[in-house]
Design a protein. Structure first.
Length: 222
């Protein structure tokens, strides 16, 4: 599938997630297999282009959740949610002060960078790297990794489990006070976002236009 995707997107360099170049951004956890969570997520597929639930109690209460609660997050509070999407463009990047763990149930492409790629509070999209992730793969993205919604590889779109520190990607508890320059792109709790000009209005009030250059786009397979 990766070769077909490369043929259709000849202008893009798409690397396998198993490549050594991925190691600065995260790691793959082949031990993590989530049949129960996969069944739940794929049987709750919505009739909309995108849906994100930061914390789902039914996932939190599954026996499989122990992989995240006891192992990957080292027995500190985490939340287990899920996401559906049909994205084909970069649109924005975000980072958190914790790892983000994804279990992708369809093949996807992750567009990734590092926080040190942000220069003078702007990010040039040309530094971003693309990685192909096969279906049913668990990927951990480090706190220093810039990322956003995975790009779909097939017309089926994307469904995935998303695990983060508790409270991440939820509304701010207090009004944002800009004491630090980075506060300008603090959009939600533990969520710093830089958006491309094509997408900044979609994110709504308070979104920061911080990506310069091309809004990287992927053509999915038919």
């Amino acid at each position: 599938m990766l070769e077909k995707l490369r043929e259709k997107n000849s202008a893009l360099e798409i690397l396998p997630v198993e490549s050594s170049e991925f190691e600065v951004y995260g790691m793959v956890h082949p031990e993590v297999v989530m049949p129960g969570m996969k069944e739940f997520v794929q049987t709750h597929r919505p009739d909309k282009e995108e849906l994100y639930i930061p914390c789902e109690e039914k996932l939190m209460n599954m026996e499989e959740s122990r992989f995240f609660k006891e192992n990957l997050f080292g027995q500190v509070d985490c939340q287990i949610g899920y996401y559906y999407g049909r994205g084909t463009k970069l649109n924005a990047v975000e980072y958190h002060k914790c790892s983000e763990v994804l279990v992708l149930f369809e093949p996807a492409v992750l567009v990734l960078g590092s926080v040190w790629d942000i220069k003078d509070y702007k990010l040039d999209s040309s530094v971003m790297k693309l990685f192909y992730v096969p279906a049913d793969t668990c990927v951990e993205l480090y706190a220093t990794t810039l990322h956003f919604s995975p790009l779909m590889v097939t017309q089926k779109g994307i469904s995935q489990v998303v695990v983060q520190a508790a409270g991440t990607n939820t509304p701010l508890l207090t009004e944002r006070t800009k004491r630090l320059r980075t506060d300008q792109y603090l959009l939600e709790r533990n969520k710093w976002v830089l958006a491309h000009k094509e997408y900044v209005k979609t994110l709504g009030e308070g979104a920061y236009e911080g990506i310069i250059g091309e809004n990287i786009a992927l053509s999915p397979l038919d």
